[in-house]
Design a protein around this ligand. Structure first.
Ligand SMILES: CC(C)(COP(=O)(O)OP(=O)(O)OC[C@H]1O[C@@H](n2cnc3c(N)ncnc32)[C@H](O)[C@@H]1OP(=O)(O)O)[C@@H](O)C(=O)NCCC(=O)NCCS
Length: 178
């Protein structure tokens, strides 16, 4: 797939089979897994492999999906960011997960702005972009706020948890970041 998004420091491209091990390593970190698994802890390699395969399938079935994020300067794989909407999801979501060694450099918001711009461009009828965030996930809430999303007060039930739906409306977002 030839989709490629460049930001100041990062390159985004559709997640691919070659990213599987980097992704598994990121997800085995308890600090990363805390808000990304049904148990609140790292999943098994088996479950993470199956989860990763579903990300490749998402691109096949929907024509969009997670982007792998790499540093321009070093080529290092730093995480995944991007739009997705699995079955039963409350809208088109932009999500973000960054491997622990790369936290705190503003990579998630920088990549998310590139990915949201791409999503609004791809889907001219898309009224808003959402992000489903656990109430305890302060780091992710910071990213949402940095990319212009607000907590809507709507919620989404996943794995027995109640996630907050953060969102940004298309026109307001594009006038700020477009
Ligand atoms: C949420 C996440 C993607 C943020 O990525 P990032 O590239 O570090 O984003 P930022 O650099 O903008 O940092 C966001 C906030 O995280 C916190 N943070 C940053 N570095 C941190 C560190 N080393 N340790 C703890 N918290 C840190 C800060 O509160 C920061 O906000 P601030 O810039 O206003 O101080 C990352 O923490 C992550 O991958 N978390 C685990 C996966 C996850 O929960 N994903 C979201 C699911 S909804």
């Amino acid at each position: 797939m030839s989709i490629r998004i460049e930001t100041e420091r990062l390159v985004l491209r559709p997640i691919g089979p070659e990213d599987c091990e980097d992704h598994i390593q990121m997800m085995l970190d308890p600090a990363v897994a805390a808000n990304l698994s049904p148990t609140g802890g790292p999943q098994s390699r088996h479950d993470l492999w199956r989860q990763f395969a579903s990300y490749l399938g998402h691109w096949q079935m929907r024509g969009f999906g997670w982007f792998s994020v790499q540093e321009k300067e070093t080529g290092a794989w730093v995480g995944r960011v991007g739009p997705w909407q699995p079955e039963g999801w409350p809208g088109l979501e932009c999500g973000w997960s960054i491997a622990r060694p790369f936290w705190g450099q503003g990579y998630a918001p920088e990549a998310a702005i590139g990915a949201v711009k791409w999503a609004f461009d791809q889907f001219p009828e898309l009224p808003r972009i959402i992000s489903c965030i656990a109430p305890a996930n302060a780091n992710s809430q910071r990213v949402a706020a940095k990319i212009g999303e607000e907590n809507t007060g709507e919620t989404f039930e996943l794995w027995g948890l109640t996630l907050d739906i953060w969102a940004a409306d298309r026109e307001a977002w594009l006038s700020r970041f477009g």
